[in-house]
Design a protein around this ligand. Structure first.
Ligand code: HGY
Ligand code: MN
Ligand code: MN
Ligand code: MN
Length: 399
């Protein structure tokens, strides 16, 4: 079985015909179905599967023990996401186990595959929620209160998945078990295409975070309300969208995106009473990222005042620049015969763990360079090259 073949096996789970692509989110029905698929695939490979108190799944080759070599990724997606972001790391890990067994490899250290929960934050709004909980990067009480668009709390969702919400939070036992973590991921960009390489290693991750701008005005009738009598929160909301592009354009390499705007009540003939706008801002370092957000926040406040509205700005998640351990990065690049190192603008669970333990990432070429959309792609041959590379890296680290 190949990594691309295993992806084909789950192509029907969480498919989203309305948006195209897949909508699989933390502890929802499709992600729970994928968890059971992963459990069956791992057990079929003789791995021992457990789910920890933060909802991370662990498939162990050998008894769980501290200092293990761990690989893995996530199974959830963004709304209407591609087939590769997350699942390619999980399927490649399963195929890497097949390859190592076929080689007669016997691990000198415990080896595990980890599947983290809600990496995209597509349901509860906080990216890398499972790894943030395990490492203590998010307050467990605040996490339990996170709600999805239907008002379901994370506590209710994990309870429905068979977990005890009281267990959410820092997990030093799980952390001690990770001696080194290597995540394989489809590249979200065209770096490997431009370099003509099927596989690369990660050098760094941009500083990035999410901010919610909540505007409040006065709901009213779209036809009966004179312009002079309006306090329409959609106006300052629109300014956030425009200011995001303007602010990011002013700082080399910065990115600022508004992909989600939620007016309330959301009627065509209704002036909204409130509008929530989510900003995703990223840049090479903390200073530049915060400068982008500050400029956008100023524009939002000015526009809100002009329209007689109020605005609150809430930082929902943030992570500073990640520089992957250069010695480990270069060791793996050498193990793979000298593959290139690449920066990435995309966040990953590996980025959360990198602050705590030796962590690396492998990237697999994406001919479209597109991600977080149905056009995300990796050739079957490159997926196989990635799984072989992962097997080589795991054999090297677990020798
Ligand atoms: O948003 C990100 O960069 C990641 O895909 N969660
Ligand atoms: Mn993603
Ligand atoms: Mn991902
Ligand atoms: Mn009416």
């Amino acid at each position: 079985m190949t990594a691309a073949g295993l992806l084909g096996d789950i192509a029907g789970v969480g498919a989203d015909p309305r948006r195209g692509g897949f909508s699989r989110h933390g502890f929802d029905q499709s992600e729970l179905e994928l968890r059971e698929w992963f459990r069956a695939e791992a057990v079929a490979r003789g791995l021992d599967v457990e789910t920890d108190r933060n909802g991370t799944m662990w498939a162990w080759w050998g008894p769980p023990a501290d200092g293990a070599v761990v690989t893995g990724s996530h199974l959830d997606s963004v709304p209407g996401g591609g087939a590769y972001d997350g699942p390619l790391g999980v399927t490649s890990a399963l195929v890497a186990v097949d390859l190592l067994r076929a080689r007669g490899f016997v691990p000198g250290k415990p080896l595990a595959i980890a599947v983290f929960a809600e990496e995209e934050g597509g349901r509860f709004g906080v990216a890398c929620l499972g790894s943030r909980l395990m490492t203590g990067a998010i307050d467990p009480d605040a996490a339990r209160r996170l709600t999805d668009p239907d008002g379901v709390t994370l506590a209710d969702a994990v309870r429905a998945a068979g977990l005890d919400p009281a267990g959410l939070g820092p997990d030093p036992v799980a952390m001690a078990r990770i001696g080194v973590f290597v995540e394989l991921h489809v590249e979200q960009g065209r770096g490997l295409v431009d370099l003509g390489a099927p596989v690369g290693v990660a050098g760094s991750i941009l500083a990035h975070g999410r901010w919610r701008f909540s505007f409040a005005g006065e709901g009213n009738h779209a036809g009966a309300t004179l312009l002079t009598d309006r306090r329409d929160p959609m106006l300052p909301a629109a300014q956030v969208v425009l200011a995001a592009r303007r602010a990011a354009a002013g700082i080399e390499g910065a990115r600022a995106t508004v992909g989600k705007v939620v007016p309330n009540p959301g009627g065509t003939n209704v002036i909204a009473s409130t509008v929530d706008v989510w900003l995703d801002a990223r840049a090479e370092d903390d200073f530049r990222t915060r400068a982008v957000v500050a400029e956008i926040s100023d524009a939002a406040r000015g526009a809100a005042e002009e329209e007689g509205c109020t605005v609150t700005v809430t930082e929902e998640s943030y992570g500073d620049t990640v520089i992957f351990d250069p010695a480990l990065r270069d060791d793996l690049a050498t193990t793979l015969g000298g593959v290139p190192a690449l920066p990435t603008g995309a966040g990953h669970d590996a980025g959360i763990l990198a602050a705590h333990l030796p962590t690396a990432m492998l990237f697999v070429r994406n001919p479209t360079g597109i991600s977080h959309a149905p056009a995300e792609f990796a050739e079957a041959g490159d997926c196989t090259a990635g799984a072989v590379a992962l097997a080589d890296v795991l054999a090297h680290l677990a020798r």
